[in-house]
Ligand binder design. Structure first.
Ligand code: ADP
Length: 532
């Protein structure tokens, strides 16, 4: 009997052991399977990350490759617009310019999406005068709004601090997109841009709303509105155009700063987009250039002194473009095809006793790039005050600007460059022209005041001529005044006014008869008033 019990106990123990062993084997097999799965998942994740990085690198490279020739198209178009064109030619070139700008926006949007997806977006924290920023954004869209008979108004509540900490460029990008959409999708009424503060349990929040009285968005549209490439209503999207990227980018940009965008809309009534950002008050942003490096001259254009400038640029179209722009500014410029040539040219120019005053340096060049060339020049002892180096590049993100200054550059101009932007930047480093032979005081302030006086005088003259009897008006005199204005407007940041003045001058000359002159003025007046 005890043996039977013993056998049973042994058998039970053996069975228990067998079960435990089987469980252990299963657990081991499961652990091994889990391990395999983990390895598989890790490999898949790595592949996905590599694919993501490859995609954003590809997009960044593509974007650079597309932007470079596009800069040429936009830049040369700008030069062409400033030349003597007849009306039809002017209209055609203007269409090329508009198409070029639209394409540039698209390329930049795609690059933004890639950067955000790859988590490569870096934001700056900058003290910013919000009132001024909103005013500037509204002003940029005013011409289009006015053409549609819409008013754009801004209101900032007193509770909003004078200075807030935000990434200025990105805030501008979001607000411009929201106002741009509001203008685009509104046919009657107006657009209000408002900023106020809301106190929440998490602290104060800055609210910026863009409210329109436009076509509104359907309920289904609202569900996908922040999804990339989504445009809500298909037929409407075809009617209004666009890519469906703006809001997706805006909401992701705002998301990176722990903010969000909300939308309320009703078809046929209007839309209210509200941007919510954690409110951080800044010290003072009175002067956005307060931290800029010491300058030799003023931040302005008018007349540039005779100067010797080196352009380091590998792309042939851009070489010709920047050369043409410097020539139009009366600057003596030389080309270098890459960083190595640039360093050599700078050294040789110094040895020859005719050193360069400024280098305009492309960042991305074959062989020695702009950053490396700058480092080499600084190592060779060319200091920032001997030789300011200005990056002239399509790479305009905060990290690019930082890389340029870390390499020893003093400033940065984003492509596509315009003659005005180039002149203004060169004036910063070269200083204003010396006094002329006649001893005329040519300070920027005086010139600017005189320019503004001339502009006011012409505006006044034209306003009166709109209503006066045509044969009592000195049309030839007006054409002469317009000719003078057209010649200088671009130097004071009024390039568009220059173009319109030139066109009006031509129209008046072609019209001949007083009646026809007044008719031409009536036709061109809205464009002139808008540009002024
Ligand atoms: P895009 O304007 O290039 O199509 P967005 O991402 O900026 O891209 O906008 C996506 C869509 O959202 C638009 O196509 C439009 O249907 C809708 N939308 C955006 N803003 C407004 C607005 N203020 N009023 C009406 N619809 C709007």
């Amino acid at each position: 009997m005890p043996e039977t019990v013993l056998i049973l106990v042994v058998l039970a123990a053996a069975a228990a052991l067998a079960v435990a062993w089987l469980r252990l084997r299963r657990a081991r097999a499961e652990t091994a399977a889990l391990k395999d799965r983990e390895v598989e998942l890790c490999a898949a994740l790595e592949r996905a990350e590599q694919a993501g990085t490859a995609k954003s690198t590809f997009l960044a490279n593509m974007s650079h490759e597309i932007r470079t020739p596009l800069n040429g198209v936009i830049g040369f178009t700008e030069l062409l617009l400033e030349s003597d064109l007849d009306d039809e030619q002017f209209g055609n070139v203007q269409l090329i310019a508009d198409a070029g700008h639209a394409m540039m926006r698209l390329v930049n949007d795609i690059l933004d999406v890639a950067r955000i997806e790859a988590g490569q977006l870096r934001l700056m924290e900058e003290p910013t005068d919000l009132r001024e920023k909103l005013r500037q954004c509204a002003k940029l869209h005013e011409p289009m709004a006015r053409r549609k008979g819409l008013a754009v108004s801004t209101f900032v509540d007193d509770a909003v601090p004078e200075t807030v900490i935000v990434d200025r460029l990105r805030l501008r990008q979001v607000i411009l997109n929201l106002i741009g959409n509001a203008v685009k999708f509104t046919e009657e009424g107006g657009i209000d841009v408002e900023a106020r503060v809301e106190n929440t349990t998490q602290g104060p929040v800055l609210l910026i709303s863009v409210i329109d009285t436009g076509i509104g968005i359907s309920e289904e549209g609202l569900e996908t509105i922040f999804t990339p490439f989504s445009q809500g209503d298909e037929p409407l999207a075809r009617h209004y155009g666009g890519t469906g990227l703006g809001l997706a980018i805006s909401s992701q940009l705002v998301g990176v700063t722990n903010g969000r965008i909300t939308v309320h809309s009703k078809r046929g009534i209007g839309t209210n987009f509200t941007l919510r950002l954690p409110l951080v008050e800044g010290a003072s942003a009175k002067s956005p250039t307060a931290s800029a490096p010491p300058r030799r001259g003023r931040v302005d254009t008018t007349e540039l002194p005779a100067a010797h400038v080196l352009i380091a640029e590998d792309n042939r179209i851009n070489q010709q473009l920047v050369l043409a722009m410097t020539q139009s500014l009366g600057i003596d410029a030389r080309l270098a095809n890459n960083g190595e040539e640039a360093v050599r040219a700078v050294v040789e120019a110094r040895e020859a006793g005719r050193p360069f005053d400024v280098v305009l340096m492309d960042m991305q060049m074959p062989g020695v790039d702009g950053l490396e060339a700058t480092r080499r020049l600084r190592d060779l002892g060319f200091t920032a005050s001997d030789l300011p180096i200005i990056a002239l590049t399509a790479n305009c993100y905060p990290e690019d600007v930082e890389a340029c200054s870390a390499a020893g550059m003093q400033s940065h101009i984003g492509k596509p460059v315009t003659t005005v932007a180039l002149a203004r930047e060169l004036a910063r480093w070269l200083g204003p022209a010396g006094t002329s032979a006649a001893g005329e005081a040519s300070s920027r302030g005086n010139l600017e005041a005189r320019y503004l006086q001339r502009k006011e005088h012409i505006l006044d003259l034209l306003r009166r001529s709109l209503h006066e009897a045509p044969d009592k008006t000195d049309w030839a005199g007006i054409a002469g005044e317009l000719h003078k204005l057209a010649g200088v407007a671009a130097n004071f940041g009024d390039a568009r006014l220059g173009t319109v003045s030139r066109r009006l001058e031509r129209c008046l000359k072609q019209a001949g008869e007083p009646d026809c002159c007044q008719a031409a003025l009536l036709r061109e007046w809205p464009a002139f008033e808008q540009a002024a």
